[in-house]
Design a protein around this ligand. Sequence first.
Ligand SMILES: C[S@@+](CC[C@H](N)C(=O)[O-])C[C@H]1O[C@@H](n2cnc3c(N)ncnc32)[C@H](O)[C@@H]1O
Length: 336
Amino acid sequence: MDTGTGNLYLAFAEREARGNSAIYQELAERVAGDTELLGLLGELPVPKRQPNLLFGAVRHLGGPVAEGWPTFRDWAATRWAEVSATMLERRTQTNEAGRCATLLPLLASLPQPLALIEVGASAGLCLYPDRYRYRYRYVSEGESGAAVEEFGADGSPVTLECAVSGPVPMVDFLRERLPEVVWRAGIDLNPLDVRAEEDMRWLESLVWPEQTHRLERLRGAVQVARTEPPLLTRGDLNATVRELVAQAPAGATPVVFHSAVLAYLPPEAREEFAATMRELPGHWISNEAIAVLPTVAERLPAQAPARSGLFALALDEQPVAYTGPHGQSLDWFTGV
Ligand SMILES: C[S@@+](CC[C@H](N)C(=O)[O-])C[C@H]1O[C@@H](n2cnc3c(N)ncnc32)[C@H](O)[C@@H]1O
């Protein structure tokens, strides 16, 4: 029995799926106790054994995930050659346009116009903050809801919902004018092409089964990106970011940003990236799990957030807010 992989699936069931996907929670718990499937997973390289990759691969191939454990298990074991080939070929690259709701106030606070450079861009759906609509719902600790503010690009097929607390700056400004983006570029180890049906089917397979609102958002964002596909470069972010920033048009503020990316890098590669960012012109926005960037983590307010799984949003290493990992919340710090 491969206890390492089993524990990975149990941890996923408990920490990630519980409360978000009853389907994936059950499947992950059952995989963790299935000697045959654990053996098959154990033949893959360690980074390829992830639950999200297994479940995404089965769905991508048209397999069942919502019909209960025995159906899933039989299908996955019988079709293992195709499932494992898909897991080896693909990566977990969930692209969440919803994160634009948390990036927007910072982007609006910078000198306009902007040249956006996203590292770890996936298909680049976070490069369109000026093309979406936003619905900010103001909440305070202990209250269920308050005022709602809606603004953004007229006629956009995407409206991003975000629960906001604290003194978020620039909201008056945002009502009148969104950030002006004159250049959209990105880097990814494996850029996905919004014009390629197979790539977009893969992104859809990565959205958890019960999260139909995220699927609708993804489809809308793909529609937006297809009208003006971003410039995406294949490569490692450390190897390519300088070159891409150098290509930004004169007269625009270069803004390098990333969300849910640096956790995939070993600590020394994160430090190399941070050192590069300190040297490059323009600004650096990071939106990553709290412990991922030590210089941001050490400047966070002492009080830990009540909710788990939050990201820290920072401008040039100065933290400004905690954010929901999919952009569903923005808790701005006082005094920044
Ligand atoms: C979880 S996705 C997040 C995508 C996007 N930033 C978002 O917020 O929706 C992480 C992406 O980072 C990319 N990535 C991971 N390590 C990378 C590296 N060293 N250089 C470039 N891209 C990388 C992956 O291929 C993947 O597309």
